[in-house]
Design a protein around this ligand. Structure first.
Ligand code: AGP
Length: 611
């Protein structure tokens, strides 16, 4: 999604803006731009270019050419108007004296544009954002904050805005509604950014804007107002992770770094929550009455987070005997969901900004559900709108294709399932102990899988030229296959689908022919015999079978499958947490061999803040 950086202080602004934008590139974009106030001419100097940020930075010699201490910058992920120089941000008003950078969508931009055109306002771009700049100027009578306030009563949609005006260059105005925006405080000056990574080199003191808030940044500090324009005091928090956590650290790709970080991420996520043989959630609780009255659990998410929910359903129902429904964020609010005050709604999101998931959260709240979110990004919108939040503590995940965030979400949801079962007394003591020790084994067993990654690379070299790959499995292996298939699709661009292997014979098996690659997942021991019969079934139709199974089934599987990936044995509860690692590696190595842009796959963004 789009990225925003703004600065006003006692340092040159353009280099700060360009460096900050470079740390937001991972969000996915197609053009970039900056606007600074030129004190010599008394005007805004606006520079923007389609393509990579480096194109713009080269034009500006890294920002050295722009002698100014106040400005805003933007990386654009096109929603309205194709990627082009003129559609890039900052978008400016007709006089050129007001510049706006925007992340999100102005849903009523067409009617506002028609109104302004009827007033004789000329437009230059196809963007929804230009409407904001033009409308601010339309209302501007010398007080920028007053003009912005009038605009905010008229625009609808999702927006994080940075606004700069040549008439009052001693301030930047920031606005936040359904689009993340962070405020940064330092001796150098004041910052706005879409996320912390953009300003972490300059400050660790940040605060998170709430929906409807407006901030006025000056060289001396930041004043904030609520949607009624009443002053609000913002809590300033200290960011406690290092910038190199958000850098590659010697790895070729962020995705590979984050795959390799998973054991430590799991340790960070789980270890503090298992103490003296009990699951302990300091940052979360459910009353005994609520737990006893709970009649249904909904899990709502998108993409890989949805796949976490698909695995979690098996665990939650098996352990707690409470019905669980897993819904796509984009579908939830249109399905007349059965939610009431006795429903626990678990919202899963790495970024905490996915608008489809946020919309589902709001619908669930409207219906009276109790909202628990499982989120990676601290202070994100979904986290702040939930009744309670469990953070995965995976650290910043930069690659568009999620790996360590998925794994920590899954481990945390599995731990929550165990905790709920303990509260409901639906899990025998012996099983409870066995599962707890499995959590302690998980990081070490992940490291064991990672230490044999060369074998996965070898298989990827065999199969990277396929143009259609099936992932089949039953129960936990089916849910795992959904994630394996998505990982492969999104970074290698190979068509793939995950199928419940028992369902193949009801149609899809007609697609299996000589040489079709089938990744057969057979880690779930209870159904291993069934998995084997499905391997035989597709082999009989000419398929090449790359299997995934546990060490104790390797021998049997290798008699039938063409190749076998193996994971150490572990309790059923954590089979998907371990089984996902070879599938992530397989996708990574296939994409590597196909020369794909692994960290920034085409058409994708790290945080999807459009519906
Ligand atoms: C995962 O590899 C994808 N990038 C995508 O499916 C992602 O999981 C989905 O957009 C949900 O994102 P979230 O977890 O940040 O809400």
């Amino acid at each position: 999604m789009c990225g925003i950086v703004g600065f006003i202080g006692n340092e040159q602004a353009a280099p700060i803006l360009l460096e900050g934008l470079s740390r937001l590139e991972y969000r996915g974009y197609d053009s970039a731009g900056v606007a600074v106030f030129d004190g010599e001419t008394g005007t805004l100097a606006v520079h923007k270019a389609k393509g990579r940020l480096q194109v713009l930075s080269d034009q500006l010699h890294g920002g050295a050419d722009l002698n100014s201490t106040v400005g805003v910058g933007h990386t654009r992920w096109a929603t309205h108007g194709a990627p082009s120089d003129v559609n890039s941000h900052p978008q400016v008003s007709r006089s050129g004296r007001i510049a706006v950078v925007h992340n999100g969508i102005i849903e009523n931009y067409a009617e506002l544009k028609a109104f302004l055109v009827a007033q004789g306002v000329p437009f230059t771009s196809e963007t929804d954002t230009e409407v904001v700049a033009q409308l601010i100027e339309y209302f501007y009578e010398g007080d920028l904050l007053a003009a912005v306030s009038r605009v905010l009563h008229r625009i609808e949609g999702a927006y994080a805005l940075g606004i700069l005006c040549a008439d009052c260059p001693e301030q930047i105005i920031a606005v936040r509604k359904d689009g993340p925006l962070i405020l940064g405080y330092s001796q150098e000056g004041s910052f706005i950014a879409s996320d912390v990574t953009a300003i972490l080199r300059h400050t660790r003191q940040v605060s998170y804007m709430e929906d409807g808030e407006v901030a006025v940044l000056t060289r001396d500090g930041i004043r904030c107002y609520n949607r009624l324009m009443q002053p609000v005091e913002k809590e300033i928090v200290t960011v406690d992770w290092e910038i190199n956590d958000a850098e590659k650290g010697g790895y070729e790709h962020f995705m590979f770094k984050e795959i390799m970080e998973q054991p430590d991420a799991i340790r960070r996520c789980i270890s503090p929550r298992i103490r003296e043989g009990e699951v302990v959630f300091e940052d979360f609780s459910l009353s005994e009455n609520f737990i006893k009255a709970m009649r249904r659990i909904y899990i709502v998410a998108c993409g890989s987070s949805y796949h976490v929910g698909m695995v979690g359903k098996y665990h939650l129902e098996r352990l707690t005997r409470i019905p669980v429904e897993v819904a796509l964020g984009s579908e939830f609010r249109y399905m007349d969901p059965i939610v009431d005050e006795n429903t626990l709604v678990i919202v899963i999101s790495q970024s905490g900004e996915t608008l489809d998931t946020m919309a589902a959260l709001r619908e669930a709240r409207r219906l009276g559900g109790h909202i628990l979110s499982i989120v990676n990004v601290v202070g994100s919108s979904i986290a702040r709108e939930s009744d309670q939040v469990l953070y995965t503590w995976a650290g910043p995940e930069i690659a568009v294709a999620t790996t360590k965030a998925y794994s920590t979400q899954l481990a945390l949801l599995s731990l929550l399932s165990l905790w709920l079962a303990r509260q409901l007394n639906t899990v025998p003591e012996k099983d409870y102990r066995a599962m707890l020790s499995a959590f302690q084994e998980l990081p070490g067993k992940m490291e064991e899988v990672l230490s044999h990654r060369d074998s996965i690379q070898y298989f990827a070299a065999q199969y990277f030229n396929h143009n259609s790959i099936f992932f089949i499995g039953r129960n936990l292996d089916y849910a795992l296959g959904l994630e394996g298939s998505l990982k492969l699709k999104e970074i290698s661009y190979i068509h793939s689908e995950a199928y419940a292997s028992g369902e193949l014979k009801h149609g899809t098996i007609s697609l299996i022919e000589d040489g079709t690659l089938v990744v057969a997942l057979g880690t779930y021991g209870t159904l291993f015999a069934k998995a084997m019969s499905n391997v035989v079934e597709v082999k009989a139709r000419g398929a090449d079978v790359l299997a995934l199974t546990t060490a104790n089934h390797r021998e049997e599987m290798s008699h039938t499958a063409d190749a076998v990936m193996v994971i150490p044995d572990i309790h059923d509860l954590l089979l998907p947490s371990l089984g996902v690692v070879p599938l992530q590696l397989f996708a990574y190595y296939v994409a590597l061999m196909r020369g794909c842009d692994i960290d920034k796959p085409r058409n994708l963004a790290k945080s999807v803040t459009v519906e």
